[in-house]
Design a protein around this ligand. Structure first.
Ligand SMILES: O=C(O)C(=O)C[C@]1(C(=O)O)C=C[C@@H](O)C=C1
Length: 289
């Protein structure tokens, strides 16, 4: 059964939109999803376009970056999940990431370097010591940066070794990331559906809108988890977009919504916050079937 079938309960092979174009880390991570070979994968230029295609029903699933070990959360992904028509996460993939500087030019001739902002942030130290005068140009993905080089708009890009190779761009420097242990977490998203069965090592994601007029509102929310011994693995605050000073908290906790402590914590959250949005339960990547 394909990932989209599992998520949507349909028997059609399904279409899966991802942050493209071909050659992104997102596409490489997507290959780790079980059953992905039976799915039609559809590259999109940006995360909002992936989400929009999903909400409009043009695809059955989406696959997008969520966070990086160096640079943190991909805000656009969290913002799309906590606002608008509800969606859920049904799987996660964690991929080690390493970067090359790819260019037809030699290092001394490079004055402009394009890439995804998260990739540029992960090579900041290398850039400072090797190309201190180069101007960085933001691209919607690392592979889009490689396309900008191919079009002659910039001299070089920061991308995966496999992206440079596929684009026929020589790697002028390898392993230029500031951390040798960098990894990025990606998520598979669908319209609301039953979660995959519990595996014993799962995560549950939830968005919580605090009661902004209550003292200690965040502590009360966190206590719903702590009181039931539920471990939080991620907490991120994002502006709601409604008014300055209004925040929504994106939380990941260990456990499945079918586990009693997690389901009780989610029920508890409803009574202590102004809005709770369940965002899915799914196997921890190391435990994915
Ligand atoms: O641009 C890509 O190739 C992506 O898949 C996006 C992305 C990200 O959003 O963090 C994924 C992995 C790397 O950390 C750099 C960029």
């Amino acid at each position: 059964m394909s990932i989209s079938e599992a998520a949507s309960g349909s028997s059609s092979p399904g279409r899966l939109a991802f942050l493209g174009p071909t050659g992104t880390f997102t596409e490489a991570a997507l290959r780790c999803l079980p059953g992905v070979d039976d799915v039609e994968t559809v590259p999109m230029a940006s995360v909002p376009e992936v989400v929009e295609a999903l909400r409009r029903g043009q695809v059955d699933g989406g696959f997008v970056p969520m966070e990086n070990s160096q640079e943190g959360t991909v805000n656009v992904t969290v913002d799309e999940l906590v606002r608008g028509e509800p969606l859920v996460i049904t799987a996660e993939v964690i991929l080690p990431v390493s970067f090359v500087l790819a260019s037809h030019k030699r290092l001394g001739e490079i004055t402009t370097v394009a890439s995804h902002p998260h990739a540029l942030a992960q090579v900041r130290g290398w850039m400072r010591s090797h190309l201190p005068h180069a101007r960085t140009v933001q691209a919607l993905s690392t592979a889009a940066g490689a396309e900008a080089v191919a079009r002659g708009e910039v001299d070089a890009c920061v991308c995966a070794p496999f992206t440079a190779e596929a684009a026929g761009l020589p790697a002028r420097a390898r392993d230029i990331g500031d951390s040798p242990h960098a990894a990025t977490r990606f998520v598979h998203i669908t319209k609301p559906t039953d979660p995959p069965a519990p595996t014993g090592d799962d995560l549950t994601s939830v968005a919580v809108y605090l009661r902004h007029d209550q003292v200690g509102a965040l502590m009360v929310v966190l206590n719903e988890f702590a009181a039931r011994d539920v471990n939080l693995t991620k907490i991120e605050s994002r502006p709601t977009g409604q008014k300055l000073g209004r925040y929504v908290f994106f939380l990941d906790c260990a456990g499945h919504v079918n586990d009693e402590p997690v389901s009780q914590a989610l029920k508890g959250l409803k009574s202590v916050s102004s809005e709770v949005r369940y965002l899915g339960s799914y196997p921890h990547f190391s435990n994915m079937p």
